[in-house]
Design a protein around this ligand. Structure first.
Ligand SMILES: [Zn+2]
Length: 57
């Protein structure tokens, strides 16, 4: 069975791992780090959708 290391924390991943984007462009990340990845991805999508809404006021 292939062993994969998390590209974010460096720990060995059990299972298939997760897509680390946008925190990393390649490799896999563990479930623990996936929480940070999802948060970062969500924030990134929000920024993309709202565009310059923060400075529109
Ligand atoms: Zn990790």
């Amino acid at each position: 069975m292939e062993k994969t290391k998390c590209v974010i924390c460096g720990k060995q991943i059990t299972g298939y791992g997760n897509n680390p984007w946008p925190l990393a462009d390649s490799g896999r990340c563990c479930d623990n780090c996936n929480g940070k990845v999802i948060t970062a991805r969500f924030e990134r999508l929000l920024l993309k959708e709202t565009g310059s809404a923060a400075s529109a006021k």
